[in-house]
Design a protein around this ligand. Sequence first.
Ligand SMILES: [Zn+2]
Ligand SMILES: [Zn+2]
Length: 389
Amino acid sequence: MKLINEIVANKDQLTAWRRDLHMHPETAFEEHRTSDFVAKTLESFGMPVHRGLAKTGVVGTLKAGKGNRAIGLRADMDALDLIELNDFGHKSKHEGKMHGCGHDGHTIMLLGAAQYLAKTKNFDGTVHFIFQPAEENLAGGKVMVDDGLFAKFPCESVFGMHNMPGIDVGKFAVRVGPMMASADMFWIKVKGVGAHGAYPHRGVDPVVIASEIVLALQTIVARNTDPLQCAVVSCCQIQAGHTTNVIPEEAMIAGTTRAFLPEVQDMIESRLKQIATGIAAAHGGSATVDYQRRYPPTINTADETEMAANAAAMVVGGDNVLRNLNPSMGAEDFAWMLREKPGSYVWIGNGAGEGSCMVHNPRYDFNDDILPIGASYWSRLVESVLPAG
Ligand SMILES: [Zn+2]
Ligand SMILES: [Zn+2]
């Protein structure tokens, strides 16, 4: 590995910062302590800082040379509503909140790069260091875009990075095109007619209707989706009834759908509505569907993905950069920024050793050994995309 020496020399400081954030996790749009720390730290590197974009978002701007090109680097800062089950010294001090997705590490890797780049300025142009709130559930990236992120801080391209347990330390993975899926949510309310459990012919049983709907929805994937495309329809909730001898009036089904292509997303939404209302009507009941589009797919552009993979290769070697991994059916809020600007979202290996169980697990922890790797990647990306004259 060819890590940047100045960053490696700073590893103890970066680790101390990361563990402090881990001890003080804050969730969506409440990242006040975290964003204050980020803003003050960026200011201490001598760059102008804009606070309060999307409530708790922070953008630091660093210029070098005379060039007028500009790029954005993005880290997320928020934690999860999760009770931490680790018992190490830097365990969460905020009951019920935990940095269970490693956004503490993402924040510090970008700060580590900002520190190095502010000192060395071995590039030509402008870098916007974007620290966003509320990646989990509440689409803080979209709120930043809506609040004028790219109008206030124009960028020709934007880059993101997430740690990934199960990928070895010292490896990166990326791909051109869809990297992560869209995430939509749906609620189907089935209305029947209540009756005595012994006299079903006097009612319309919403439990039978809902059961048929759950099974029929799987045909959206099996029979309506091009076999060479990807889709997921998961009914994750089903609720009806209170006792053993009453056919209830209503049943409710809720779940999530995933896709990579907008046309697949459109097809899923329309088929889901047709199937639910059609099956309910066939049985003499009715169904109403609330279908909500939450996150678009995360789509990497070709040129920027090449730049990202090459920068990663400068740090860990070409053999350690997987350029064609299988995409994930998970979703990512960075998708909103990639809808506005070309860019690339990469995964950095968090390793598979102790404490590196999957993200969102109550025993997960960000691996401090990768702080210098990620900070070196960000720095080499800037130096190569905006080369000094
Ligand atoms: Zn997460
Ligand atoms: Zn995450």
